[in-house]
Design a protein around this ligand. Structure first.
Ligand code: T5A
Length: 214
């Protein structure tokens, strides 16, 4: 699997709950800085003022149930703002972008988890992104029970984190299916390993990217 040689990369980080994305993001950020790479780190949902307001709406508890279509449309509304205000300008300025979750999460959570048809998500994807896709997606994968145990230990569960185990199993299955569908873009990291081993694998991916840089 070869990366397309480019000056700057759009990297996304994905995984089910408790996969250790926050920890991995910090490590990836510092590895890129060490390699003297100009990088912007950001996240979804969120990343800009308006998109962060949408995030609060998405993850907060409400006295009525948020329907699945509302959840999906809000994810893409935030994404449109994020792409316009932050991601596209940063890429155009030659910076690397490292984003904690992106559209694969919409396929996994709203598609796999909530059961929204893939074709409906694809319509929004091409509307909001046109032909922009991440160059590389790092998927932190681990058994659902293990991830849930980690986040229960950490505490402060948000609206989506309180879903049932079967929901997260569908999310994981969908991520793995997408990794099969797009093997050139995805790198799967076994997140059930020790943190040291996970970091070693992440460093390998960064080395590969930095060394392929023209
Ligand atoms: N969402 C998002 C959608 O539904 N659709 C979309 O389109 C998008 C973009 C918010 C939610 O939004 C949903 C998905 C999410 O439910 P988020 O802010 O990324 O997304 O929230 P979380 O996935 O919940 O991310 P967290 O930051 O809460 O969890 P992490 O980053 O996966 O886990 P982290 O790093 O906090 O680690 C959890 C615990 O495990 C330990 C850590 O120290 C921590 O205590 N840990 C390890 N322990 C042992 N070994 C390891 N290898 C470890 N790695 C971490």
């Amino acid at each position: 699997m070869q990366f397309e040689r480019k000056k700057n990369y759009f990297i996304t980080l994905e995984g089910t709950e408790g996969a250790g994305k926050s920890t991995a993001l910090k490590f990836l950020h510092s590895a890129l800085l060490k390699a003297e790479t100009p990088v912007v780190i950001t996240r979804e949902p969120g990343g800009t003022l308006i998109a962060e307001e949408i995030r609060a709406l998405l993850l907060g508890e409400h006295s009525e149930t948020m329907c699945s279509d509302t959840e999906l449309l809000l994810m893409f509304a935030g994404r449109a703002q994020h792409l316009t205000q932050l991601i596209r300008p940063a890429l155009a300025a030659g910076q690397w972008v490292l984003c904690d979750r992106f559209t694969d999460a919409s396929y996994a959570y709203q598609g796999g988890g909530r059961g929204i048809a893939e074709q409906r998500i694809a319509v929004l994807e091409s509307w909001v992104q046109q032909d922009l896709q991440p160059d590389i997606t790092i998927l932190l994968d681990l058994p659902v029970e293990m991830g849930l145990q980690r986040i229960i230990k950490r505490g402060n569960l948000d609206r989506i984190e309180t879903e049932q185990q079967a929901f997260f199993q569908r999310v994981r299955d969908c991520y793995l299916e997408r990794a099969k569908q797009f093997p050139n873009r995805f790198r799967i990291v076994d997140a059930s390993q020790s943190l040291a081993k996970v970091k070693e694998m992440l460093q390998g991916i960064i080395d590969e990217l930095v060394n392929s840089n023209p």
